[in-house]
Design a protein around this ligand. Sequence first.
Ligand code: ACM
Ligand code: ZN
Length: 556
Amino acid sequence: MKKKHCFLLAILAGILHFGCSRPAEPVHLIPQPVKLEYTRGVHTLSNHIQVRFTGDEPGMQGVAEYLHGLLKSAGFKVSVESISQGTNARRGIILATDREMGRPEGYLLEITPRAIRITGGSLQGVFYGIQSLRQMLPPEIEDPAAAAGIASIDLPCLKIEDYPAFEYRGMHLDVARHFFPLDFIKKYIDLMALHKMNNFHWHLTEDQGWRIEIKKYPLLTEVGAWRSETLIGHGGRPPFEFDGEPYGGYYTQDEIREVLAYAAERFVNVIPEIEMPGHATAALAAYPQLGCTGGPYEVITRWGVFHDVFCAGNEEVFGFLEDVLTEVAELFPSPFIHIGGDECPKTRWSDCPKCQARINEEGLADEYELQSYFIRRMENFLLGLDRNIIGWDEILEGGLAPNATVMSWRGTEGGIEAAQMGQNAIMTPVSHCYFDYYQSDPETQPLAIGGYTTLEKVYSYNPVPEELSREEARHILGAQGNVWTEYMKTPSHVEYMAYPRAIALAEVVWSPVETRDYEDFLDRLRMHSRRLDAMKVNYYSGNLEEDAGGQTNNQP
Ligand code: ACM
Ligand code: ZN
């Protein structure tokens, strides 16, 4: 039966059975849950709310406190108490886990007139049940100043059974081309959590800036985090015009720990990316002996792919990168570390005696095998620290490192090739997952890198390529939206480009492919946009304005 019909019946049943109780509004969840069924009655939340959780699950208190925080922002008085496993609590919001569920990220959410029960396959599942509940509460709860006036909230009684289609549900952010403050990084993570996304890929190093403090190499941030000026306009070819303004910034290790704690509370894993062997000019500007020519180098002030890369014939380079990755691995608990690997020109290596000597000593066929040698060495080192690498799909060239996960970006071919070799892949093809591309007619939009990827196109994406067998398809871990920031100078511009496309992708990676319905998604998104407004997210609204033909007045 169609959801709307279920809902009408539920209202009717509510009126018949609870004569005078007001029917509650239907819920609008994104991503769409696997199963949602309305049942009889209404649950009224009002002062004061008891959150009860089973006490012997480590970490449950933190999840209960998180829910407490949400409800408190609504202006409710909330008490949190631990109850022993097996206690038959009948009232309040009851949080529990059931490992037997077999889906650690899954949850059951049941709302009855007396109680709201969230049972997760793990704490993460409980957390996602809470995110669904959060989306049922009035948008004003996201804005404590506006929430003060909420006296009570009526929720429809219902049962939700839910779990994700893909285990990897990611968003990426380039903080190197432009640098973004800590508060914004947290907001970006909170928005991910709201949509049940679980991996934040933090692109921390680039030609135009090194953004992570490394204690052993202070010049990386003293020198490498700053550029003398920045290109104006798109700047495809010379003559280039620059703004003359020094620009930069970086995150201290303490600040990174603060972000990691915030992300952990929201079950978002943070994957740091340290780019190698290419996109490394900022590091070379700080330590020129790590390049093939010895420099001098400058932190780059425009956009593109640059010839100076880490020298693959110099042992000092490997020692340096191992030191950097050691500090990175000490900071980040992520089981994956991203080592880049994309867009590494081989010009300097072809002319470099050290690189050529390495090719000879190692019996490598060419510079592509030299890149593969480089990546395999870094993989081996990281395996020793109990971490796996992710690399952009160029790491397939010259031979794939045996435990690497491939991030397929130039298309889907890299992902297909990896999966057919029995290795894992994450899909981020430019065609559907690059949120730096135009999302509407470029004439109406602020300057972007190019491309054209509408919300509907993102929504239509299926991360599993048709070419794969069922067995091979198991290696597709999921998908990720990429936000490269050459043309985004402010948080508000990042939000404009990433949202709502990130929300379409969140549904792609969470909801069963059979439930995909773009018109229904747009209806839910229109309701959901009130929450984004309360959270002060500057999403692009052109898709939501009826008959706007993609036009919108909002801008970064
Ligand atoms: C990339 O967009 N260069 C991974
Ligand atoms: Zn070299």
